[in-house]
Design a protein around this ligand. Sequence first.
Ligand SMILES: [Zn+2]
Ligand SMILES: [Zn+2]
Length: 379
Amino acid sequence: MSSKDLYSILGVERSASDAELKKAYRKLAQKYHPDVNKDNEEAEKKFKEINMAYEILSDKQKRAQYDQFGSTGGPGGGGFGGGFGGFDPSQFSGDSGFADIFETFFGGAHPGGGRSRGPRGPQTGGDIETTLSLSLEESAFGTDKTLEINKADACPHCDGKGAEPGSSIVDCVDCQGTGQVRSVRQTILGNMQTVRTCSRCHGEGQVPEKPCTTCHGTMRTRQRQNLTVKIPAGVENGATIRLKGKGEAGIRGGGYGDLYLHIRVTPHKSFLRKGYDIHSEIELHVLQAILGDKINVETLHGPISLKIPSGTQNGHTFKLKQKGVQHMRGSGQGDHYVTVKVMIPTKLSKEEKVLYDQLTTASGLDLDPDQGLFSKFKK
Ligand SMILES: [Zn+2]
Ligand SMILES: [Zn+2]
């Protein structure tokens, strides 16, 4: 089984998702499992091959390394498998066998596999996601909000260095300051040198003489922090604001992650936002609608005087120009639409009843009140 592409071993495309890999692996592993292929050497070989391929491809970091070196030649010059010239994975017993081979091949010792790519190199801090609730007014006009976040940040006691203040930095005893630990193993191909990143110093070669007593040398601690965030005017419900570098601190010199703020605008009791426009309703007495009036309408920008013309119909919508939400990009703002809801009185005084009767006569209407307009008020 020399020089076989790991993807073709599993019968998947290079672009296969994790789920596709897993599915392909499961299917093949079932087919070639030793339990169902008793005394079948071919199947056993195949089963080991499948396991090796899956072990590497199911690990994000190893897969990335394989993609990088396996396709471009890598240190062996002939693809991943080619570098070994046909090694037999069955020679490497135990769970760690394949991983060891892989470390040898792609670990920190490889000149092209710079430290930053290794699992022990600098790592960018994690991103943080949080939800921020805003009132409609806050989202419309923008605001400064102070959030309390809980994140891993540089240890304040050692200033993120991992060493107890005042203690010196010394060469790591495990790797004598090289950052790498070598060991030699015997295989059918002869002695094979394995080089691993030193686990004590994480490949740094140096360690603090006395680790920080607060972070125990990890350089980071979990911290509750207050962060003031400027919310831009016009931001919408459901929007996400990315604050670059406001996430968690990196590890071993890696940069900060980002903070993602998911905006939730709480519903307003009388305004509904649609895009940059605001919609609301006004209740008018039937006489206001019939005779006309001048009223104040509440908007985001405060009360606005609105002339109601006589004969205004139920459901009519007035447009209050530029009284909506400020556009997030560019200038200008939306409008405010106010829709009329004509209210019919549900109770009439005796005097009103008399006047409405007179009005009915003047309007030339011939009503049958018991079943008609006012029947329900007669009891
Ligand atoms: Zn070391
Ligand atoms: Zn510390």
